[in-house]
Write a protein that binds this ligand. Structure first.
Ligand code: GLU
Length: 499
C-alpha cells in the first residue's frame, strides 16, 4: 500500500503517514495525521459557484490544519469530459488563488489501478461477476416495485455459502458487483449535518465495473480517496447518498474511512436552486464582469459559513478562522447585491497601480487607449464609486479616447446656447493662459468665471462637461479636466466654440 501513498506524498511526509497506516483507527485528527483534503470536479462544463465554494472550503480546511490540498480531475466519463472544461477548472482555481499542493491527478489515467483493485476484490470475494442483462435487472426492479419494495437487483449472481449460482451464459460479458453488506447500517458523523445512518439493506450491490471492464464512478472515487490518503472529504450534499456506498466499499477494502462533510447547496435570491436564470453561475464569468478574486473568496466563504458577524476578511483571516463547526446546515442564498458591495470594498482598498493594470485591457476591449492618460490617477478618481472593474473601465473610457464622442442633438443645443457659449469662451481663455495645469488651478479658474458672470455652477459645469467629455455627468470636473490634459481640453473646447 505504501507504494501508492508514496506516489502522492512528498518524502518528508512518508514517516507520519506510515505511522497512521499502522494504526487503522487513526482517522481522527491527531498529531500524526496529516490533514489531506481534495477537490474532485468532473470536467463536464463550467466551474460553477457551488463547485468553487466546495474547493474553497476544502482548501481552507487543509490550510488551517497545515495539511495538503489535492486536485483530482474526475474525467472518467469520456463522453462528457472535455479538455476545455479541464482548462476552465484550472483557470478558475488559479484565478481564485486556490493552488493545489498535489495534482491535478487525472482519474482517467488511473484506470489500471482501479481495475487492479477490482481484480483483488474478486479474489477476496468482496465483489462478484453478475451476468444479468440490463433488461433482467429492470424486470427484477419491476417485481420489487410491484411488491411495494424498494426497486433493486435481486442478488441472482451474488455468491453465498451453500448457494448454487446459475450456469454462466456463454455469450455474455458480465459486470462486476460489490458484495454490499445486507444488514446493519452505514453510519458517519458528518462534519456539517451531524450523525447520519443509512440502513445497509437500502444499498444495492453496486456495479463497480461495467461489462466492458470500465470501473464506475463511485468505485473510482473510493480507490482514489484511499490511494491519495484523503482524510477529509468536503463536498456538496448531493453526494450524501454516494457516501454510504463509498464507506461500505472502503470498509470492504480495509481502508481508513475519511471524515465527511456535506455542504448544503446554494439557492438563488428567489429560494430556488441557483441556476443560470439567476445570472452568471460560472466563476470565470465573474472575472469577466470585473470582480476581484479576493472579493469572490470573501463572498463565497460567507455562503454557508460564518465567523461571528464578520463580513469582510482577508484570505489569511479566513484560513485562520475556518472550521467546519461554523458551516451552516441550511442552504445559503446567493445575493448579487452583497457580492457587489464586497467587491466595491476590495476595489476601494486596492492600489491604484494594481487597478490600472487590471482595467487597462478592459479599456482596450472598449476601444479606448489606456496609454492616453495617467491611469492610476484615474483609478484614484473613480474607485470610491465603482463596484466592478468594468465600472472602472466604463468610467475611465472618457480619458482614453483621442476625440470626444459625438453629441446628441439635445447636448449640442445645450452647448450652443448664448449663455453657455459666453461662459465657455471665458473659461477657454483663462484656462489657455494657465501656467500650471492642475486640479487646483482649474478649480480656481472655474470659480473666477462663475464670479465674473454672476453664474451658478451648473450653468458652466454642464456645458463644460458636454464640450469636453460628451457627457452631462462626470466625476469632479476640475479633476477630469486635469487628467484629460491641457491639449485635449483646449482642442475640444475650441472645437465646440467654433461649431
Ligand atoms: N466529481 C464529483 C462532482 O463533480 C465530485 C466527487 C466528490 O467530491 O466526491 O460532482
Amino acid at each position: 500500500m505504501l507504494i501508492f501513498y508514496a506516489q502522492f506524498l512528498p518524502n518528508n511526509n512518508l514517516c507520519s503517514i506510515s505511522l497512521s497506516l499502522t494504526n487503522q483507527a487513526a482517522i481522527s485528527m491527531n498529531s500524526q495525521t496529516i490533514v489531506r483534503t481534495r477537490f474532485a470536479p468532473s470536467p463536464t462544463g463550467d466551474l460553477h459557484l457551488g463547485g468553487a465554494r466546495t474547493a474553497l472550503f476544502s482548501w481552507a480546511f487543509a490550510r488551517h490544519h497545515q495539511g495538503k490540498f489535492v486536485l483530482r480531475i474526475e474525467d472518467t466519463d469520456r463522453e462528457r469530459s472535455t479538455p476545455e472544461a479541464v482548462q476552465i477548472i484550472l483557470d478558475g482555481m488559479k484565478w481564485l488563488g486556490l493552488e493545489a499542493d498535489e495534482g491535478p491527478f487525472y482519474q482517467s489515467q488511473r484506470i489500471d489501478r482501479h481495475q487492479e483493485v477490482i481484480q483483488q476484490m474478486l479474489k477476496d470475494g468482496t465483489a462478484y461477476y453478475c451476468y444479468s442483462t440490463p433488461e433482467e435487472v429492470e424486470a427484477m426492479r419491476e417485481r420489487a416495485r410491484a411488491q411495494g419494495l424498494k426497486p433493486r437487483y435481486d442478488g441472482t449472481w451474488r455468491p453465498e455459502p451453500g448457494k448454487t449460482l446459475p450456469p454462466i451464459p456463454q455469450d455474455r460479458s458480465p459486470v462486476v458487483r460489490f458484495k454490499s453488506p445486507q444488514s446493519g447500517a452505514t453510519t458517519w458523523n458528518d462534519l456539517v449535518k451531524g450523525p447520519i445512518s443509512i440502513p445497509n439493506e437500502e444499498l444495492d450491490d453496486l456495479i463497480i465495473a461495467r461489462s466492458d471492464g470500465t470501473p464506475t464512478y463511485n468505485f473510482c472515487v473510493v480507490v482514489d480517496d484511499w490511494d491519495m490518503n484523503i482524510t477529509h472529504v468536503i463536498r456538496g450534499d448531493d453526494h450524501v447518498n454516494n457516501t454510504a456506498r463509498q464507506i461500505t466499499l472502503l470498509e470492504a477494502l480495509g481502508a481508513d474511512i475519511p471524515t465527511y462533510g456535506h455542504v448544503p447547496m446554494i439557492l438563488g435570491p428567489d429560494g430556488e436552486k441557483l441556476s443560470k436564470r439567476h445570472g452568471a453561475v460560472s466563476i470565470l464569468e465573474y472575472e469577466q464582469e470585473g470582480f476581484l478574486p479576493e472579493a469572490m473568496i470573501n463572498y463565497l466563504a460567507r455562503l454557508g459559513w460564518s465567523h461571528g458577524d464578520a463580513e469582510l476578511f482577508s484570505r489569511e483571516e479566513f484560513i485562520q478562522w475556518f472550521n467546519t463547526r461554523n458551516l451552516s446546515r441550511s442552504p445559503a442564498q446567493w445575493d448579487p447585491k452583497k457580492l457587489r458591495w464586497v467587491n466595491a470594498h476590495y476595489i476601494k482598498n486596492s492600489s491604484n497601480q494594481r487597478l490600472a493594470e487590471l482595467v487597462a485591457p478592459r479599456i482596450q476591449a472598449r476601444g479606448g487607449n489606456p496609454e492616453q492618460v495617467d491611469l492610476p490617477a484615474v483609478m484614484e478618481l473613480l474607485k470610491s464609486r465603482a463596484e466592478t472593474l468594468n465600472d472602472l473601465a466604463d468610467g475611465a473610457l472618457l480619458f482614453c479616447q483621442e476625440n470626444r464622442p459625438a453629441l446628441s442633438a439635445e447636448q449640442a443645443e445645450q452647448l450652443n446656447s448664448p449663455e453657455a457659449t459666453l461662459l465657455l469662451q471665458d473659461f477657454y481663455e483663462r484656462a489657455a493662459a494657465l501656467e500650471e495645469w492642475s486640479t487646483e488651478q482649474l478649480s480656481a479658474t472655474i470659480q473666477q468665471v462663475l464670479k465674473a458672470h454672476n453664474a451658478r455652477m451648473p450653468q458652466l459645469g454642464i456645458p463644460l462637461r458636454i464640450a469636453v467629455t460628451g457627457q452631462r455627468q462626470t466625476p469632479a470636473i476640475d479633476a477630469v479636466l486635469h487628467l484629460l490634459g491641457r491639449e485635449r481640453v483646449l482642442t475640444r473646447l475650441a472645437h465646440s466654440l467654433k461649431a
